[in-house]
Design a protein around this ligand. Structure first.
Ligand SMILES: [Zn+2]
Length: 101
């Protein structure tokens, strides 16, 4: 399974609404900045896979940071989860609540 940088947010994991200027989690990658690419089709990396792909994502993220000239530490959702911080990895619900029947 190939992991690719999310083309919607360019790896940032969030997007800015070009009209309102508001920012929010990228719907395409669910805020991770990266997606699974299979047969040319991108899909979000399931939360349950974060542990499996963490190393790969870290490498990709380091490369991306170098690319944009950023030398500090990036905190991504999966890193926050590993550290057990109080950040929730779960994508924010509410905007696209698909639970309702
Ligand atoms: Zn994205």
């Amino acid at each position: 399974m190939e992991i690719a940088r999310c083309e919607s947010c360019n790896g940032y994991g969030w997007v800015e609404d070009e009209f309102t200027g508001e920012t929010g989690d990228c719907d395409w990658c669910k805020g991770t900045g990266y997606v699974y690419r299979e047969n040319g089709i991108d899909r979000p990396i399931p939360e349950s896979d974060y542990g499996k792909v963490a190393d790969t994502l870290e490498r990709l993220e380091e490369a991306r940071m170098r690319e944009i000239g950023y030398s500090g530490q990036a905190k991504k959702p999966w890193e926050q989860a590993i550290r057990g911080s109080d950040h929730k990895l779960i994508p924010r619900v509410g905007r696209n609540d698909e639970d309702g029947e």
